[in-house]
Design a protein around this ligand. Structure first.
Ligand code: SAM
Ligand code: SF4
Length: 327
């Protein structure tokens, strides 16, 4: 079992399979991005090996993310390889949805359990503005393709920005309820120097969103704790869960059960800090011996910080962009 020095058990890993993306969401990336050279990104074999060793060390849930996982050419094979690791309880993916028409069936057959799709607007022009390159119709078709492929408990993720898509929260909730999807609203996190908007000015807290929604829906809090940063509510008569992820306004660090691995194989111990361990160096220095990799992962637990301290002050924001981190 992986345990950090605060007694937290780490059984969940978010694995970024690429830092590249076909979208340029305004809160996630700058318009002009430099991506990691391909030789520095973990190969399919390295990712599978890393995942297997993580599972041997007690990891039970892996989420593939990015960047956009579906722009990685061998992503379906990666899902098959990791999906076949015995001892792994859940293999999930977070995607912008644009590639789901093409991949949904293959991912389902390959052993992917659950899908989260990011969706910030139901208005095509606004969707284009927020993603800079995205086509809403393609994403909506992707969500349908995932439903038809048999994925259950599909979850939408919406980052809400004041003055941009703040007014769409009720419509997004209705969209989710009508289709039996879950939806989580995410407070924007200060990752990466963006110039497009002032994160402080556009920030909307989860509490404010929930209060607004409560005026039109009967929101009943769910007692169930997921071990993650989401807190969930339900509307009587519906199976959908409405979640709020509040990195600023609520501290969920004491329950943290996760670490992240970047596409370059850097294990990040906390979203809000730079503490990391270079696992790629270990993977490549010891291609036939897993013991050093195991030791490096166990050793990394010693530097997992107790808590994040995000700041909306531009001078204190982390330079790392969300696409590097694996959201
Ligand atoms: N490309 C995929 C997608 O968009 O779902 C997976 C990677 S993306 C980095 C993962 C999640 O992080 C998305 O739901 C996205 O909305 C969210 N995200 C990106 N930048 C963020 C930020 N600065 N604050 C909060 N959430 C952010
Ligand atoms: Fe791409 Fe996802 Fe970042 Fe949007 S949030 S730019 S889809 S990685």
């Amino acid at each position: 079992m992986l345990q950090d020095r605060f007694g937290r058990t780490i059984d969940y890993v978010r694995l970024s399979v690429t830092d590249r993306c076909d979208f340029r969401c305004v809160y996630c990336m700058a318009e002009d991005m430099t991506f990691v050279p391909r030789a520095q990104v973990l190969t399919l074999e390295e990712m599978e090996r890393l995942a297997r060793v993580l599972v041997e060390l007690g990891v039970r849930r892996i989420r593939l993310t990015g960047g956009e996982p579906l722009v990685r050419r061998d992503v379906a094979q990666l899902v098959r390889d990791i999906g076949a690791i015995s001892g792994l309880d859940e293999l999930n993916m977070t995607t912008n949805g644009a590639g789901l028409v093409r991949y949904a069936d293959e991912l389902k057959a390959g052993g992917l359990d659950r899908i989260n799709v990011s969706l910030d607007s139901l208005n095509p022009d606004r969707f284009r503005q927020l993603t800079r390159t995205g086509d809403l119709a393609k994403v909506l078709a992707g969500i349908e393709a995932a439903r038809e492929a048999g994925f259950r408990r599909i979850k939408l993720n919406s980052v809400i920005l004041r003055g941009r898509n703040h007014d769409e929260v009720p419509a997004l909730v209705d969209f989710a309820l009508e289709r039996g999807l879950d939806i989580s609203f995410i407070e924007e996190m200060p990752l990466g120097q963006i110039t497009e908007h002032d994160r402080g000015l556009e920030f909307v807290s989860s509490a404010e969103l929930r209060d607004d929604l409560s005026t039109r829906l009967n929101l009943v809090p769910l007692a169930e704790k997921t071990g993650g940063p989401s807190r969930y509510w339900q509307v009587p008569g519906s199976d959908s869960r409405i979640g709020f992820i509040s990195p600023h306004s609520q501290n969920f660090c004491e329950l943290c059960n996760r670490v992240r691995v970047t596409a370059e194989g850097r294990m990040l111990l906390c979203l809000g800090h730079e503490h990391s361990v270079d696992l790629r160096a270990v993977l490549r220095a010891h291609p036939d011996d897993d013991a050093p990799l195991r030791d490096a992962i166990i050793g990394a637990m010693a530097i997992k910080p107790e808590r994040h301290d995000f700041s909306l002050d531009p001078g204190e924001q982390l330079v790392r962009f969300m696409n590097m981190t694996g959201g």
